[in-house]
Ligand binder design. Structure first.
Ligand SMILES: [Zn+2]
Length: 384
């Protein structure tokens, strides 16, 4: 799922999304609640009509964004009280309130309110407490949800502890949700820690045929590894975010368009790509647009990255369907640009590694940032 935080995938319109093969997009409850307001969107006919997007939409519950606010947020059993990153105004999100907002927004799929924690750096005690609260909030979310034509997904937590992951997945699968999310990953954990957590979750879901959705994961190699372990659905801001930084995902790796070398290259970003950017424009033109900070650069590169990922996922689906995934795995891993694949050229690795998920601030149970100067925790943390 491409992520449309503010009911738009940044710089794209719905025709672009259809052309890249998007079947569903994600919109953020937290952002749309604050601006323009869920009641206004409901009056205007709901999210689909409001954004002129005719295909399915999933909204997250807002739990992740609220908890990511760090010092701007306090968690109690009732819910999470927070200050808006836009104007500092005070708000309370409870499971009931999150569901009420999502019913007003009107997506096809809503998600239960949860309390994620940073997977790699949280104490087991904090992970356990957040998991148990997430379970109680899951029940409250289900009780509050009344919109029959809207599906509701539940979230399993448990950090990177395999026992807690299994316990949480076992509990969430016992509830009548329409899909099961793996929450609290795609943060500061290592790929090995994530794989272990995913394996423990999927093992506890054996025989359950509901959709499994890993929230926040986005790079081709990460998606492939998660699919191999049994995950079906993903969302991430990553392909669009790295595009805005000038990074193109291409077959076998990635390319930094700010590298001067590309200013003289007449070929497309990726000769194997069928997107409207690769069919029409050269690397030289795109590199020029980035240097000149032209708005078109962000749009064209976002189209390419999302199409690249969409085509990659399609290749995985076809291999699964035809039973050839094992045979095609070396080719898929090479195409994903994972470990062991050659770099495309000197300078094509970005100097700054983009965030894996959107989880940046470190927070503790009482909502205080750990080891971070409070004044440095700006309102910007709430974005995306
Ligand atoms: Zn392309």
């Amino acid at each position: 799922m491409p992520v449309g935080t503010n009911a738009t995938v940044k710089s794209l319109d719905p025709d672009d999304l259809h052309s890249i093969g998007a079947q569903i997009i994600l919109a953020n409850t937290y952002h749309l609640y604050l601006r323009p307001g869920h009641e206004r969107i409901k009056r205007l006919g709901g999210l689909n009509k409001f954004s002129a997007w005719s295909k399915p939409i999933l909204t997250d519950s807002g739990g992740f964004q609220v908890v990511s606010l760090g010092p701007l947020m306090r968690i109690r059993e009732e819910g999470a009280r927070f200050h808006s990153h836009l104007d500092g105004s005070q708000h309370l999100f409870t499971p009931e309130r999150s569901i009420e907002i999502q019913e007003a927004l009107g997506p096809d799929i809503a998600v239960a309110f949860d309390q994620p924690v940073m997977p790699g750096s949280s104490e087991r005690r904090d992970v356990l407490r957040a998991m148990q609260r997430t379970h109680r909030w899951a029940v409250r979310s289900l009780r509050a949800h009344a919109l029959e034509e809207q599906a509701l997904f539940g979230i399993a937590q448990g950090g990177i502890d395999p026992e807690l992951r299994a316990e949480s997945a076992t509990y969430i699968r016992s509830l009548p949700f329409e899909g099961i999310n793996l929450g609290g990953l795609a943060g500061d954990e290592t790929p090995e820690e994530r794989n272990t957590a995913v394996e423990a979750t999927i093992a506890a879901l054996q025989g359950d045929h509901r959709v499994r959705y890993l929230m926040g994961l986005g790079s081709p190699v990460d998606l492939l590894e998660a699919v191999l372990r049994g995950v079906d659905l993903f969302d991430s801001v990553l392909p669009a975010r790295v595009a805005r930084n000038g990074q193109a995902w291409v077959t076998g790796g990635r390319m930094n368009l700010r590298n001067a070398r590309h200013l003289d290259e007449d070929q497309p970003l990726d000769a194997l790509c069928d997107c409207s950017t690769c069919r029409r424009f050269s690397r030289a033109y795109l590199a020029h647009l980035f240097r000149a900070e032209e708005l078109l650069a962000y749009r064209l590169l976002t189209i390419h990255n999302l199409r690249h990922l969409s085509a990659f996922m399609r290749a995985i689906r076809l291999a699964l369907r035809s039973g050839t995934l094992a045979a095609e795995l070396p080719r898929l891993r090479a195409a994903a640009g994972g470990p062991g694949t050659p770099r495309l050229g000197v300078g094509d690795e970005p100097s700054e590694e983009p965030a894996r998920g959107a989880m940046r601030p470190r927070y503790a149970e009482d909502g205080r940032l750990r080891g971070v100067n409070r004044q440095r925790a700006t309102a910007r943390e709430g974005r995306e």
